[in-house]
Write a protein that binds this ligand. Structure first.
Ligand SMILES: Cc1ncc(COP(=O)(O)O)c(C=O)c1O
Length: 362
């Protein structure tokens, strides 16, 4: 019987397992958000995030999930008379295009089949038309378990289209995959904390370039809650425009300290080791949904080549071990399933989970 008071261990691709010491950070006494103590917490956390994201530009904290920042990037930085190119390769990147349209902007889509990467030359061909003010990219498509080759894409864009703004969904990539914001020349990189930061949901983080901030000054209709100008003004005082989710920021501060102590190279390497381990199992027992070259180090989407009843296996593992993993997302349900290997999930956790799945499919 499902019981929220005895929650299952999570291997779904977010929210993921949260360690007890992190949960305890959420139980600290709260602070006044205009007081000196909060300013200290905020300043420290942002400084650490800048190191984690390799940026000397702006980092803002949003009391929302990542989808809010999809909207923020568009509403702050794309004018109504401009067009944004949305690259679409799965459920989440497709959705960002819908959101941009919902924001009343002109949207063109560059679509590839789910499970295929968006390549530099495809984007180059579109941008060569000179039609676009901005492009949206997804670093790691959580529905297909695919990592787009964004270092290559970014090199091409910096060399050939330096004036086109670059917005990147790094929701299931941030922390788990290399991300050198300034070197990549990105303008917005957004994520929520329930993925590789391994914190419960309720907070989003974004790096925002100085030129994106400058651009936003002249864009009308930015709205209130996600107005980058208000965030920049509050950041000068180490504050947010409205009351932030302070318990989450305490947990984020704690996690950032741990990440920096470990060192980002090691953090990325740890994620690669987990990715290699799950991919080896997936290839032996099933196949990978996307080409291995593009397979993600934060989650694996596995093609259900044995025709197992995925929902039944998930349910059985839950009943026996109070642990769940992910069915395929949207149209990929049952055709695939997904295992997260990010944040504070360990190799030992994964060995245990894959053993339990083996028991079910034997
Ligand atoms: C790649 C990607 N983008 C965006 C989202 C939406 O994030 P949130 O639910 O934090 O709004 C998700 C959620 O899983 C995601 O995986």
């Amino acid at each position: 019987m499902a019981d929220w008071k005895n929650p299952p261990r999570l291997f779904i691709p977010g929210p993921v397992k949260v360690n007890d010491d992190v949960l305890q950070q959420l139980a600290r006494p709260t602070l006044g958000h205009r007081g000196k103590e909060y300013a200290q917490l905020h300043g420290e956390t942002v400084d650490m995030l800048k190191k984690i994201l390799f940026t000397e530009q702006n980092v803002f904290l949003f009391t929302s999930s990542a989808s809010g920042i999809w909207e923020a990037a568009i509403r702050n930085c794309v004018g109504f008379d401009e067009t944004v190119l949305c690259t679409c390769c799965g459920a989440f990147s497709d959705k960002w295009a819908d959101v941009a349209r919902d924001c009343g902007r002109n949207v063109d889509e560059l679509k590839v089949d789910w499970g295929k990467p968006v390549l530099s030359e495809m984007i180059d061909e579109k941008l060569a038309t000179g039609k676009y003010a901005a492009v949206t990219l997804v670093y790691n498509e959580t529905s297909t378990g695919l990592t787009n080759p964004l270092y290559e894409v970014s090199e091409m864009m910096k060399a050939k289209y330096p004036d086109v703004l670059v917005f990147v969904d790094t929701v299931s990539a941030m922390v788990g995959l290399p991300l050198h914001f300034d070197q990549l020349g990105w303008d917005v990189a957004l994520a929520s904390v329930q993925k590789a930061f391994a914190i419960p949901p309720g907070l989003a983080v974004a790096a925002v370039s100085s030129r994106a901030l400058e651009k936003s000054k002249s864009v009308p209709g930015r709205g209130y809650y996600f107005d980058f100008q208000l965030f920049a003004k509050s950041a000068e005082k180490n504050q947010t425009p409205t009351t932030p989710n302070i318990p989450h920021i305490m947990a984020l501060n704690y996690q950032c300290e741990r990440l920096l102590k470990e060192g980002m190279e090691k953090v990325w390497d740890r994620h690669k080791q987990m990715g290699d381990f799950v991919r080896a199992w997936a290839k032996e027992k099933f196949t990978l949904f996307c080409e291995e070259k593009y397979a993600s180090n934060t989650l694996t989407t596995i093609k259900n080549t044995r025709g197992i009843n995925v929902a039944e296996v998930i349910s059985s593992v839950q009943q026996k071990h109070n642990t769940i993993f992910g069915n395929g997302y949207g149209k990929l349900k049952e055709e695939t399933f997904r295992i997260a290997h990010m944040g504070d999930i360990t190799l030992d956790d994964l060995k245990e989970l894959l053993g339990w799945i083996d028991d079910e499919i034997r």
